[in-house]
Ligand binder design. Structure first.
Ligand code: COA
Length: 263
């Protein structure tokens, strides 16, 4: 499938399956999230099969991951249209969170507004030293509308999130690392390698196990501990119906490398 605003690239992973890189491709608009970008990104993610073991999500060019929701496209929205637009952004966040495999956001340059929110919907973020993050919506008479008031709070804590959202202040990569918004910061020229190495590491693991971890961590995070642990117990038990559970444990006992098939 080809897209107007998105590049899709499949890289065979070293141990079966593949790593899919999705690049938002509007560099002249700093990859701003127009309704078309959001629709195409949702479609591309929904079209992925179990063959994909990890998704890498990035923005084209060196200047931005995504500089926000498309301000031009938003300017004249009616109340109802604005609600529909935010619903579209929220639906994209859910597609990412409910995907069968991890999604790594790769941020070089700006991740502002909807860009920061998009990165937050991913499983985790790797950033270049030149990255900067922020929720500048209050500068525009707006507020975060793609989950920022909720996911940023869950990622960095209520006090820090409040300060960032109320001030609209941009933070650099080191501050983002310090507050736990990003997992790793590396020099720009090392970013692709660092991300690919981590994606490869994940792709070598038993896919159903990784998928179950993602599902339980995502659903369990907002549940009470008893409910969340029940989710974990159910998913743990279910894995014992998989070929990969038998392969993984046998390989350990036979002192050989496992060969996982995703069944
Ligand atoms: N929506 C739509 N277009 C955007 C955009 C956005 N969120 N962010 C940048 N662009 C466009 C600019 O309009 C410009 O287009 P043009 O060349 O056709 O005029 C192009 O991308 C380059 O941006 P520019 O502002 O010239 O780059 P800069 O280096 O001077 O500044 C930023 C970079 C990120 C600081 C600045 O673009 C900015 O503040 N963007 C908006 C950030 C924001 O408020 N995001 C939240 C939106 S809710």
């Amino acid at each position: 499938m080809s897209y107007e605003t998105l590049l899709v690239e499949q890289t065979p992973a070293s141990a079966g399956g593949q790593i899919t890189t999705l690049t938002i491709n509007r560099p002249d608009k700093l990859n701003a999230l127009s309704p078309v970008v959001i629709r195409e990104l949702s479609e591309a993610l929904r079209a992925l099969t179990a063959e994909t073991r990890v998704v890498i999500l990035k923005g084209a060019g060196e200047k931005a991951f995504v500089a926000g929701a498309d301000i031009g496209a938003m300017q004249t929205l009616s109340v109802a249209e604005a609600k529909a637009f935010t619903d579209q952004g929220h639906a994209l966040g859910r597609v990412i969170e409910q995907l069968h495999c991890p999604v790594i956001a790769v941020v070089q340059g700006f991740a502002l507004g909807g860009g920061c929110e998009l990165a937050l919907a991913c499983d985790f973020i790797f950033a270049s030293e030149r990255a900067s993050f922020g929720q500048p919506e209050v500068n525009l008479g707006l507020m975060p509308g793609f989950g920022g008031t909720q996911r940023l709070t869950r990622r960095v804590g209520l006090g820090v999130a409040r300060e960032l959202v109320y001030t609209g202040r941009q933070i650099d990569a080191q501050e983002a690392l310090r507050i736990g918004l990003v997992n790793r910061v590396v020099p720009a020229e090392e970013l692709s390698d660092a991300v690919m190495k981590t994606a490869e590491l994940i792709a070598q693991k038993a896919p159903l196990a990784v998928s179950a971890c993602k599902r339980v961590m995502e659903r369990g995070y907002d549940a009470d501990l008893t409910t969340a642990n029940e989710l974990e117990a159910t998913a743990f038990g279910a894995l014992f119906g998989s070929e990969d559970q038998r392969e993984g444990t046998s390989a350990f006992l036979e002192r050989r490398k496992p060969r996982f098939v995703g069944k």
